[in-house]
Design a binder for this molecule. Structure first.
Ligand code: 3HC
Ligand code: NAI
Length: 683
């Protein structure tokens, strides 16, 4: 796992711990032995630490978290590096993350190849760095550069790292081993820079302590509800205010508290859940993949355009088909506008935008799709139209190509049955806006071939999506679980809860929006027509009064010119009218009941999805709701959250509310059994 090789007067310590050189117990042990050997050997003048494989140390071994600690402690190893009388050089390729960057920070010098990335992503696991990262990084790069790295968790590239003083030299790609050793020889005999003893870069924050409050203010909403980012700010502040050892003690205290808390458990669950989601049961790694070099997309509307951008950005040519010239032109113009916006924001270079736009071919003819390897249909959500389109596709698209539907609810097997190749048909359910949302539900039809499924999963990574496999059922995983929540939200306002109370309970829970804010944003008139409107629901009446959501300036809320919503007296009056009609007096409904009525039935539906085998594992459901619907990350998703509060409590709540949940509701047997046995969904 750890070997050493002598190159003249330089000892090179090499780690080989695939897949990501995590700093597990054996690695720590090996590093300790390596640095001690270097110290004891009079013929060695300098030490280089580097990793074999794809990456430098990508952090502590997360699988060890929550288990009894096994020595040596990472801090002990790191301190030995820093205290070495011989210069220690970290040679970085791939990613130096978390504990990996902390190792590098304790080295006297850091060299990196241009493609390397360096970061402290611990906040994404609900933690802060626990091996001196919060104390050494600000000493090396200053508080202004350290705060976004420690609090935001995103890595930076080698060039940026060199600019801020984190990397001492950017060396040639592919020549790291030799150039690191050469660098080591250059610094032999020079005074050793020791990160923990530096104070020069802290001076700015000492002069202007408001830097912390300003940073907190700028981050604002992004950090709402999360505990780790605030702890990260506190830890960096300690680096400025306290001597190094006291700062380290403060970091430790904050780290241990977070490690024991529910949020970090939830976020660590999510880390492994997202990686597990891409794995399909009973599918060997040897399953042959279908090469996807050209993609066809049907429909250039809201979804078709966004879906196309994913492939264009990944360098895969797209042929975009519409039924008429006008919507085709509109669709292409929207794609161009979205790319322009990305270029303006600096997210993409103008060259990348130009390259992406050059890969798109607009068409009105099905024949142009003949040589596509994958065709994704995103036409209107109507079974007859979908059937017609798939019959046509089957006739023109080459054999061996995959035909996919982006349907939100419709039966993929019924669509597949229109073709002579149902084994090449599946659902690829993107989320709006499709170029941004990372979730992709991959809907496995009854006859879908394993290699078709495997191809979809591999492709999802290429276009930077998190894919989750779903079986064929109404609404698949995500929308199916949304249904009971929507139903209860509607019922609650007719029992006496106000729409803004319902929304507030969910935003307090951590959702970015509640169901009524969401409805206003999407438009209340989706699927509504004046002619068919019968004033029979609150929504119909709102549409009849031209309260169609944000776009008309009013919906469930009244909106000002900044699209800020305030409760509407008119809406209250409309709802009151429905309550009178129902003959049941309104009642006061507390926040806890609102929460239970909205979320417990979702957990119940999730359990049914598992029971029916529509999801492979409970954690897949968590991945869907976190990445597709804004379920708060720090709770770990609906199923993990249910585990945290206890399944018996969920079942008790559902039974207590059973009369109000109505005949549409039935308790999941799996949920009831697990609750009775004191079980969990996850692990
Ligand atoms: N510990 C244990 N296993 C890890 C790991 C880690 N730190 N990082 C990745 N893995 C595992 C993954 O679970 C996955 O396992 P699997 O194949 O069985 O599913 C495998 O390594 C490959 O990971 P990815 O699929 O994510 O590979 P990519 O090539 O897409 O990404 C990566 C590589 C960028 C390194 C990404 O894995 C990553 O971001 N890892 C986590 C980095 C991190 O959070 N580090 C901080 C850890 S906390 C810490 O260091 C505390 C310290 O301050 C004391
Ligand atoms: P949309 O109405 O914006 O776009 C549909 C496009 O398809 C229109 O431009 C239309 O001209 C075109 N079209 C219709 N029939 C066609 C045909 N026979 N040949 C070629 N083009 C044709 O609809 P949207 O919102 O993009 O939805 C498309 C599909 O995606 C639906 O199945 C929907 O359920 C699904 N979906 C929608 C989401 C959303 O948030 N809008 C989210 C996820 C899935």
């Amino acid at each position: 796992m750890i070997t050493t090789e002598r190159q003249g007067n330089v000892l090179v310590i090499v780690s080989n711990n695939p897949p990501v050189n995590a700093l597990g117990q054996k690695v720590r042990q090996g590093l300790l032995a390596g640095i001690e050997a270097a110290a004891a050997d009079a013929s060695i003048d300098a030490v280089v630490i580097r990793c074999d494989g794809t990456t430098f140390f990508a952090g502590a071994d997360i699988t060890e978290f929550g288990k009894p600690p096994m020595g040596p402690d990472l801090n002990k190893v790191i301190n030995l590096f820093e205290d070495s009388r011989k210069p220690v050089i970290a040679a970085i390729h791939g990613t130096a993350l978390g504990g990996g960057l902390e190792v590098a920070l304790a080295c006297h010098y850091r060299v990196a190849v241009p493609s390397a990335r360096l970061g402290l992503p611990e906040v994404k696991l609900g933690l802060i760095p626990g091996a001196g990262g919060t104390q050494r990084l600000p000493r090396v790069v200053g508080v202004a550069a350290a705060l976004p790295m420690v609090v935001g968790g995103d890595p930076i590239n080698a060039k940026k790292a060199a600019e801020i003083g984190l990397v001492d030299r950017v060396v040639s790609e592919g020549k790291l081993p030799e150039e690191a050793v050469a660098f080591a020889r250059e610094v032999v005999g020079k005074p050793l820079p020791v990160s923990s003893r530096r104070t020069d870069r802290l001076a700015d924050a000492v002069k202007d302590p408001a830097v912390f409050d300003n940073f907190r203010r700028e981050q604002g909403r992004k950090l709402r509800g999360f505990e780790a980012p605030e702890a990260a700010i506190q830890a960096v502040k300690a680096a400025v205010e306290l001597p190094f050892d006291a700062g380290m003690a403060r970091e430790r205290e904050l780290f241990l508290k977070l490690m024991a808390g529910d949020q970090s458990k939830a976020q660590r669950h999510l880390f492994f859940a997202e990686r597990a989601a891409n794995k399909i049961e009973n599918l060997g790694p040897g399953t042959p993949l279908i090469p996807i070099n050209k993609v066809g997309i049907l429909g250039a509307g809201t979804m078709g355009g966004g879906i196309a951008m994913n492939f264009l950005s990944a360098g895969i040519p797209v042929t975009l088909l519409e039924r008429e010239q006008a919507p085709l032109d509109r669709g292409i113009a929207t794609i161009a506008k979205n790319y322009e916006r990305l270029a303006q924001r600096g997210s993409l270079t103008p060259e990348k935008v130009e390259a992406a736009m050059a890969l798109i071919t607009p068409t009105l003819s099905f024949e142009s799709l003949a040589d596509c390897d994958l065709v994704i249909e995103a036409v209107f959500e109507n079974m007859d139209i979908k059937k017609e389109v798939f019959t046509k596709l089957d006739a023109v698209v080459k054999q061996g190509a995959i035909l996919a539907s982006n349907t939100s609810y419709l039966n993929v097997d019924e669509i597949a049955a229109m073709t002579k190749r149902p084994e090449f048909v599946l659902g690829l359910h993107f989320f709006s806006p499709a170029n941004i949302m990372r979730l992709l539900e991959v809907v496995r039809g009854a006859k879908t071939l394993q290699s078709v499924l495997a191809t979809a999963m591999a492709l999802s990574r290429k276009i930077n999506k998190i894919a989750v496999v779903s079986g064929v059922c109404y609404g698949f995983i995500g929308n199916r679980m949304l249904s009971p929540r929507q139903r209860e939200a509607q019922k609650l306002i007719l029992e006496g809860a106000k729409p803004w109370d319902v929304d507030r309970v969910l935003t307090d829970f951590g959702f970015p929006m509640g169901p009524f804010q969401m409805a206003d944003l999407a438009g209340l008139d989706i699927g509504w027509s004046k002619e068919a409107s019968k004033s029979s629901t609150v929504r119909e009446v709102l549409c009849e009064r031209d309260r169609r959501g944000q776009k008309t300036g009013k919906g469930f809320y009244d909106y000002d010119e900044n699209r800020r919503g305030t409760p509407s007296a008119e809406v209250e009056e409309i709802i009151a009218g429905f309550i009178v009609q129902s003959g049941k007096p309104p009642r006061a409904i507390d926040d806890q009941e609102i929460l239970e009525r909205l979320l417990y039935p979702m957990v119940n539906e999730g359990a049914k999805i598992l029971e029916e085998g529509m999801a492979q594992r409970a954690s897949d459901i968590d991945v869907v709701w976190i990445n597709g619907y804004g379920w708060p990350v720090f709770t770990g998703g609906p199923m993990f959250w249910a585990d945290t509060i206890g399944l018996a409590k969920i079942v008790e709540g559902l039974k207590r509310h059973a009369a109000l949940l109505g005949p549409e509701f039935s308790l999941s047997k799996l949920l009831e059994d697990k609750a009775a046995q004191g079980g969990r969904f996850n692990g």
